[in-house]
Design a protein around this ligand. Structure first.
Ligand code: MN
Length: 295
């Protein structure tokens, strides 16, 4: 069965956090994977990275990482100095992640977040071409470090470059590295794709990682997301990657502001109980699809 994970920011108001206590927490709640923010890992000292790595190994938790690049690092920027900063930043992420035994980096690494085409521009091709060129450069380091970069497809309100699975497949084919593949997220797919199963089929063997959540970013099993269709399509495409839920329920702080959580979605339920429930929901739904006995 696929490994099931959760993004640490479910519990935090700020993006920067000490990830160490979340390792034991997510293990206890039933997860296999903890997704962390790559920028924070790269800012840690070598000793801090070693401690995170050792803690994850001790608890049998796999770590994955995610980032939305700040605009100053946009690898698609018309400004050469910005692109060069972006390339150097991404290479630094790859090296820091490898040192922490993290081999997957997903998110908006092909442009910046939240990002829009500049006023008056309608053609994204020049941005796309510069992004491809930058990503090919980054891939040399990613391949050396053994870190796979998952290009996250997100909705139009957050980015302009990759809004559909079809665009992401075109993008990664142009990059042409075994360490560059596609990340789909059910929250974004719900806005942009004509069909969940169709998008998963389109990504096919290039789908490296999946983010899941309901249409309002509640944890899986609380809303109207067609989980049966989604898990069925994953099985049909023989998806082997990790499935990481990214629920956001708390308003306030940097996370609440950046994710645009303007009401309390906890409804009096503790975050730990909600995470454990959602983990059981996903594991059972997957087991049913995969014909595996599961308690
Ligand atoms: Mn996501």
């Amino acid at each position: 069965m696929n490994r099931i994970g959760i993004y640490y920011a479910f519990w935090t108001h700020n993006w920067a956090a000490n990830f160490v206590p979340y390792v034991a927490k997510v293990k206890k709640l039933g997860f296999d994977v903890l997704e962390v923010n790559s920028g924070t890992v790269a800012d840690m000292t070598t000793a801090e990275r070693r401690r995170l790595k050792d803690t994850a190994a001790k608890h049998g938790i796999e770590l994955t990482a995610c980032i939305g690049l700040p605009r100053e690092y946009d690898p698609a920027s018309p400004d050469r100095a910005t692109r060069e900063r972006g390339i150097a930043f991404l290479k630094k992420q790859a090296r820091a992640l490898a040192e922490t035994n993290i081999h997957e980096l997903g998110g908006i690494v092909y442009s910046y977040w939240p990002g829009c085409l500049p006023a008056g521009e309608t053609d994204k091709r020049p941005y796309w071409d510069r992004s491809i060129k930058s990503m090919r450069e980054v891939m040399k380091t990613a391949e050396d470090c053994g870190v796979t970069f998952h290009m996250e497809v997100v909705n139009r309100f957050e980015q302009y470059m990759l809004n559909t699975a079809a665009e992401a497949v075109r993008y990664i084919r142009e990059v042409g590295s075994p360490n560059c593949d596609v990340l789909l997220d059910t929250f974004h797919m719900n806005i942009e794709e004509d069909s969940f199963a169709g998008a998963i089929r389109t990504a096919g063997k290039h789908l490296g990682h999946l983010h899941i959540g309901e249409t309002n970013r509640r944890a899986p099993g609380r809303g109207k997301m067609p989980w049966d269709e989604i898990f069925g399509a994953l099985k049909a495409s023989r998806f082997k990657g990790s499935i990481v839920m990214e629920p956001f329920l708390m308003p306030g702080g940097e996370v609440g502001r950046d994710i645009k959580v303007f009401r309390d979605l906890r409804d009096g339920v503790s975050l730990d109980r909600e995470a454990a429930r959602a983990c059981r929901f996903v594991k059972r739904a997957l087991a049913r699809k995969q014909g595996v006995a599961h308690a």
